[in-house]
Design a binder for this molecule. Sequence first.
Ligand code: ZN
Length: 203
Amino acid sequence: MNTQPHSFERQIRWLKRRKAQFCTLSELVGRMNRQEEGRFVAITLDDGYVDNFTQAYRIIKKHGAKMTVFINPGIQDPGLLDVGQIQTMQQSGCVEFGAHTLTHPDLTRLDDVGARHEIDGSIRATEAVTGVPCTSFAYPFGRFGERDVRLVREAGMVCAVGIKSRIMPWSDVDPHAMPRIGTNGKVSHFQFCLAFSRGRHRL
Ligand SMILES: [Zn+2]
């Protein structure tokens, strides 16, 4: 995570005070499509670092929240979640795992065969680890073109996210190119709160 655990917990407390109902990303899309009423919040973490298990997961469980973690099953690194950690989180019911390509390339620089391999391969590999269908996807670096959106849709994904920070009505959202409000260690608590009302971190 780019966010310190105490900041992450503070953000979750703030969201709870605002009556946020936490859901996974694919649950969020289902609820929006069914026009359910509520303040639904989907927390997403990219790249699957070990602290997603040692820090974020602990805080998520403590507050009865949920999160979606996007992993790159083609990358082996001791700093990344291992199979046991992924399965423990998956079985808890409060974490959804989504695909983030196999090796984290910039999809816009790949040809069709390469892009399909990265997308489809990561979805299958994520399902092989979690044992459940993978229905959400995150574009590495938030970079994607129309071709990539099509491939992700054809691969059966319910939703896919970039990193564009915007607030917009659900009717204008393409579920396969959803915006996200980003946060990291450089974002103050005030900026975080601001981003939720304005979609950006500055006044
Ligand atoms: Zn990433």
